[in-house]
Design a binder for this molecule. Structure first.
Ligand SMILES: C[S@@+](CC[C@H](N)C(=O)[O-])C[C@H]1O[C@@H](n2cnc3c(N)ncnc32)[C@H](O)[C@@H]1O
Length: 185
């Protein structure tokens, strides 16, 4: 009986550790795990005027709330980058089992190592510190005409083209988002 109880306790502890890892491990990299709510995803993709001609980069793809909708409904080519390996496995499984897999690329690694030059649309739901770290990289690499949409957190110092208070989505158009005074920092 004692052995059984110990075994159950061990399994429960392992599940708790795995769950804590899944949710909290990526805190160190720039954001924990929280899927973007469907209403916010809709606002983000509508603000970005996403279409089949676009190449969308989702920075911190989670389990794919943005990635798969962008490919399935809007037919965009999508790159999802995610640092946490369990979520990468989920993303790759969803990609393999779902439609439009040829339009979706899943990368395992840090978004800060990605080259944004190819992106016409960038989506993010990251913490303020990560957004601040992202800003100079976006300014150095974004192509003219690119749109950046962020859920919850603004890019401090940039001029937003639109904001939806209901879903907390910011839209930025590059290079119009550049602070007045011209030069990117
Ligand atoms: C709030 S979730 C957003 C999830 C996703 N964009 C969605 O639509 O549901 C943030 C995600 O960013 C990931 N992340 C945090 N820092 C990262 C980094 N430096 N590089 C790649 N992914 C990162 C986390 O693991 C987490 O899955």
């Amino acid at each position: 009986m004692l052995d059984t109880n110990l075994a159950i306790a061990g399994v429960l502890l392992a599940i708790a550790v795995a769950l804590a890892y899944f949710v909290f491990a990526s805190f160190a990299f720039g954001a924990g795990y929280q899927p973007t709510p469907r209403a916010a995803v809709e606002t983000m993709l509508r603000f970005a005027e996403l279409g089949p001609q676009d190449r969308l980069f989702d920075l911190g793809a989670g389990t794919g709330a943005i990635v798969f909708r962008a490919a399935r409904i809007y037919r965009a080519r999508v790159v999802g980058v995610e640092v946490e390996p369990i979520r990468v496995l989920v993303l790759r499984l969803r990609r393999r089992l779902g439609p439009f897999s040829d339009r979706i690329t899943i990368l395992w690694g840090s978004l800060f190592r990605l080259d944004f030059r190819e992106a016409t649309v960038v989506t993010a739901f990251l913490w303020p510190g990560a957004m601040a770290r992202l800003r100079p990289k976006l300014e150095a690499e974004l192509s003219d005409g690119a749109r950046v949409v962020s859920h919850c957190h603004e890019i401090v110092g940039w001029n937003s083209a639109a904001y939806d208070p209901e879903t907390k989505v910011y839209l930025y158009r590059w290079p119009d988002a550049r602070p007045s005074g011209g030069a990117a920092s």
